[in-house]
Design a binder for this molecule. Structure first.
Ligand SMILES: Nc1ncnc2c1ncn2[C@@H]1O[C@H](COP(=O)(O)OP(=O)(O)OP(=O)(O)O)[C@@H](O)[C@H]1O
Length: 264
């Protein structure tokens, strides 16, 4: 369903940044001459019905990878295929297939939750009846009926996140990308979000789930991709990754596989 191969993304330093870097010792292996290789070599795939865990320390290149998948930015090299369609060559196709949830909510603050979700449904060309039916289903799954009439700027963090998820899935995308969906949520809201993601297992959708919470990956993901310093360090079954250390713990496997110094 999703095939990412030898992906790379290089950002050019702006003038100010380039001036700061000049003459300074290189501290990060991703630094080049006037450029920064945020993603150097990332490969993984994700099948329909699968929730793939995307792991990596801060600044590893996860969000940059997901932004390329969602067509927000263009890769410098490599390929991203959705059902055999090249995302770079057919961005419209990709955009129709993908529902993307990141830390930024993208909700209209003056509209109610229901109005927000309906608005995005209309943007995707859904009929009124389709919108009503899908809202009913999604709001039930995410336990949102009690605050569907509230304005977005009056929502708690947990409500806001659930509304953002509803917005991201209203067009029933075939590929769902969740970038740190439980960050900042309390235990109850996080559970609602995780149960929602879990409900896609075995469905026709492919879900990519980026998180710093290893217990969430253990619970939800049969396979995992670990990215560090812009490169895939492991891609395969979660159990196999955990078993790569004596303790058999995912936590230890993670720590053994990544560069432990945060790079400036
Ligand atoms: N537009 C940009 N210009 C320059 N550098 C960038 C840009 N976007 C990201 N980077 C850099 O690329 C690296 C990877 O960032 P990215 O946001 O992909 O990491 P991440 O794995 O998602 O981290 P986190 O877990 O902290 O969200 C970081 O060093 C970041 O500063």
């Amino acid at each position: 369903m999703i095939e990412i191969k030898d992906l790379a993304k290089t950002f050019a330093y702006d003038k100010k940044e380039a001036k700061k870097k000049k003459g300074k010792a290189v501290t990060d292996p991703r630094e080049g001459d006037g450029v920064f290789h945020a993603v150097k070599n990332v490969s993984f795939n994700c099948n329909a019905g699968e929730v793939l865990g995307l792991l990596g320390p801060n600044g590893a290149g996860k969000t940059t990878t997901l932004r390329m998948l969602s067509t927000a930015i263009q890769p410098t090299a490599g390929h991203i295929l959705i059902n055999g369609h090249d995302v770079t060559k057919e961005p419209r196709y990709a955009q129709k297939q993908i529902g993307f949830l990141s830390g930024k909510t993208g909700l209209y603050h003056r509209l109610s939750v229901r109005e927000n979700v309906a608005y995005f449904g209309r943007m995707h060309g859904l009929s009124r009846q389709q919108i009503d039916e899908r809202i009913e289903k999604i709001f039930t799954m995410l336990d949102m009926h009690s605050f569907s009439g509230k304005r977005a700027d009056d929502l708690s963090t947990g409500m806001m996140q659930r509304a953002s998820i509803a917005r991201a899935v209203i067009h029933e995308p075939k590929v769902l990308v969740f970038d740190e969906p439980t960050t900042g949520l309390d235990v109850i809201s996080a559970k609602t979000v995780l149960d929602f993601i879990d409900s896609y297992k075995g469905s026709e959708m492919a879900v990519i789930f980026s998180t710093h919470h290893l217990h969430e990956v253990e619970k939800l993901c049969d396979r995992v991709c670990l990215i560090d310093l812009g490169e895939t360090k492991f891609f395969g079954p979660t159990k196999e990754f955990a078993a790569s250390t004596e303790s058999g713990s995912l936590y230890d496997a993670f720590l053994a596989s990544v560069n432990k110094k945060e790079v400036a």
